[in-house]
Design a protein around this ligand. Structure first.
Ligand code: KG4
Ligand code: ZN
Length: 346
């Protein structure tokens, strides 16, 4: 006889996407997302507007996730939610909703670190699709709008951060570059698209010089700013005339910076299972560089499906699944945590 399957409801509200998902024994039954368009006109996420939109979206999104999965609350074993890091007002909506639902349904709560979610998104199983999983220990390059880290993953819930950015995240560098080039928000996807038509060898910007496995992305952004200021003083149409080359060159520099430390981490740890995750792991230039280096160096590489690169609740439910198996539940007086440094990675 087959044992009872483990059903986890995941809830994600750390930034500007409200999402709910249902996993049964890690198989994806639903993954509903409501993205917030309201921020585009402001050129960035406006925290007050984000929390209000989460407030409007959360009930219908969770309701739809359960309906699409064909699962009632009585069949759910636990409610996994993002405790942080993220915007406090956004996190509060998901955390409060999860608590209310736990209280009314009598189901246990499981807190999830959003960054672990991005990494463990590779363990979500999709029916009808081939499934490959990294073997432990593996290295994860976590690249998002708020974070840039190299993480050694020893087991499902055993993470060691080997390096992190000391200032901006790489996604922020993409977004700030897009702002300087007047490309709208979020800028990463636009730069990615324009870079394909440009010459990446045309311009070079200042590279950081940070010891060990840490990153820095504030210098390259400033370097672009000064370069544009000087060039626009000579020719007011400089940006317009060179947009694609600027995007291709800037993107190549960012990827070079990311790869340099990743290669060092591989050398130091001798680990050849490489995973990427987070919003910037959607970048086509980064994806092909990882694959290329992987082929050349004998790595086994894991690139997330594009729909798992952005913030989603399926990855939160995946972490919830592994915590459920270990009986790691969270008390009802839990509060959100906005900073990664204040959250336990275990
Ligand atoms: O993980 P994510 O959805 O949110 C955070 O947790 O931060 O990451 C969002 C970031 C933004 O900075 C966005 O510009 C970037 O991911 N991004 C990309 C691409 N798609 C999204 N950056 C470069 N190329 C892309 N194709
Ligand atoms: Zn994220």
């Amino acid at each position: 006889m087959m044992g009872k399957r483990t059903v986890i409801l995941g809830i994600e509200s750390s930034c500007d996407d409200t999402s709910a998902a249902v996993l049964a024994d890690r198989c994806l039954l639903s993954n509903v997302m409501a993205s917030q368009k309201v921020h585009e006109q402001y050129g960035g996420v406006v925290p007050e507007l984000a929390s209000r939109a989460h407030q409007q979206n959360i009930v219908p999104v969770v309701d739809q996730a359960l309906k699409q999965a064909g699962v009632g609350m009585d069949e759910v074993d636990a409610i996994a939610f993002t405790r942080g890091p993220g915007l406090l007002g956004s996190l509060l909506v998901g955390v409060s909703f999860a608590k209310g639902l736990a209280l009314s349904s009598g189901k246990p709560l499981i807190e999830v670190n959003h960054l672990q979610g991005h990494i463990l998104s590779h363990f979500v199983i999709e029916e009808g699709k081939p499934h490959r999983e990294p073997q432990f220990p593996f290295l994860a390059l976590l690249v998002s709008g708020g974070h840039t880290q190299i993480v050694k993953v020893n087991d499902y819930l055993d993470f060691e951060v080997l390096g992190r950015t000391i200032d901006d995240a790489v996604g922020e560098a993409f977004d700030k570059c897009a702002k300087l080039l007047d490309l709208g928000y979020p800028g990463g996807p636009v730069i990615d698209r324009l870079a394909k038509e440009g010459d990446s060898a045309r311009f070079r910007f200042a590279k950081p010089n940070v010891p060990g496995l840490d990153y820095s992305f504030s210098g390259i952004k400033t370097s672009l700013l000064y370069f544009l200021r000087d060039e626009v003083a000579k020719d007011p149409d400089f940006v317009e005339k060179n947009k694609a080359d600027l995007c291709a060159s800037f993107q190549k520099d960012l990827i070079d910076i990311l790869m340099k430390k990743l290669l060092l981490a591989v050398k130091q740890t001798s680990i050849r299972q490489i995973v990427i995750g987070g919003g910037v792991s959607a970048n086509s230039g980064l994806r092909s560089r990882i694959e290329e280096e992987g082929r050349r160096r004998g790595w086994t590489t894991f690139l997330p499906e594009l729909r798992f690169t952005t913030d989603n609740a399926a990855m939160i439910a995946a972490v919830g699944h592994f915590k459920y198996e270990k009986g790691l539940f969270t008390p009802l007086d839990v509060a959100p945590v906005s900073r990664a440094a204040d959250l336990n990675m275990k």
